[in-house]
Design a protein around this ligand. Structure first.
Ligand code: TA6
Length: 295
């Protein structure tokens, strides 16, 4: 396993060729390549990678609020999707397993990168609570895992939401379907937040799509291309899945979204806990994560 840290980005390579790149800005995973060099994450050609605004692509980290915060909530003064994705995190180090003596390995290698963010690192976070976040990103032979631990280091409890805003790369959105949510009701933000009954069939995407599905973490989600499995998403403690594609008009409206028909090459399938608030008591820690297998 080789790691390089050039003070703005950490790159990890497995001996079998997989690669991971994480910006310290937002602890944003911006690239996850399979052994054959195939890129699994969509990254806009106009994404800002200099810390001037949250990254358009990869896996932006949404915390402590999803979406535009409401002014009558303690998160009310935060930007959309909170401060985690636009703060500079600290690289805490790595742990890797590459010896084939490990009980679980078939000579598998994997590397876990840890990143940290605490309230003391933020100047005027506009959120008056004390926290310590540890974000772990693990690259293995066939998968990428992201896990977040939220520790309440203050003296009062507080509410938070969390979501991994994953932009998955696809060859062609019109040949992509999402399965596993057939029985899940969803909130359709394209229809003004209307509650919609389960569709009873896989999701296909042919126009702007912005939906919050609620489905037990035990329910695996698959993203298929031309009917063939491409990714599998499994979740821990995250009972919501957001499916988003801006489509052409909305993509044109985002200055940092490129190329112009880039919406055809991506689908956001975002594991999170966003349809309600998680309450964290003083001194307690919440942990949740996702694992994406590239098939
Ligand atoms: O995850 C879907 C969503 O909430 C959409 O409503 C859209 O706002 C998207 O996130 C991107 O948000 P951003 O703040 O990154 O432009």
């Amino acid at each position: 396993v080789s790691i390089s840290d050039d003070n703005s980005r950490v790159t990890a390579n497995l001996p079998t060729g997989q690669q991971l790149q994480v910006l310290l800005y937002g602890a944003t995973v911006i690239s996850w390549k399979s052994a054959n060099g195939k890129e699994n994450l969509f990254l806009s050609s106009k994404a800002h990678l200099d810390g001037s605004k949250p990254v358009r692509g990869g896996i932006p980290l949404v915390f402590p609020v999803f979406g535009p915060p409401s002014s009558d909530h303690p998160t009310g003064r935060l930007p959309q999707h909170g401060f985690a994705r636009n703060s500079r995190w600290e690289y805490l180090g790595k742990s890797s397993s590459e010896s084939s003596t490990l009980p679980n390995s078939k000579g598998d290698a994997s590397v876990k990168l840890d990143f940290g963010l605490s309230n003391s690192m933020l100047s005027d976070s506009k959120w008056d609570y004390e926290f310590n976040l540890t974000y772990s990103v693990t690259l293995s032979q066939d998968s990428l895992e992201t896990s977040l631990a939220v520790r309440n280091t203050g003296t009062s409890n507080y509410e938070f939401q969390v979501l991994f805003h994953t932009y998955l790369a696809v060859d062609s959105i019109t040949e992509t379907t999402v399965s596993g949510l057939e029985k899940a009701a969803f909130k359709d933000k394209v229809q003004g937040g209307k509650e919609v009954e389960p569709a009873g069939k896989p999701i296909s995407i042919g126009s702007e799509t912005d939906r919050i599905y609620t489905a037990a973490p035990e329910q695996a989600i698959k993203i298929l291309e031309k009917g063939k499995d491409r990714y599998e998403l499994t979740r821990d403690m995250l009972s919501d899945v957001v499916v988003w594609n801006p489509w052409l008009e909305k993509a044109k409206g985002m200055a940092d979204f490129g190329p112009e028909d880039g919406h055809k090459k991506m689908v956001c399938v975002e594991a999170g806990s966003v349809s309600a608030w998680n309450t964290l008591d003083a001194g307690d820690t919440w942990e949740g994560g996702q694992r994406i297998k590239a098939l």
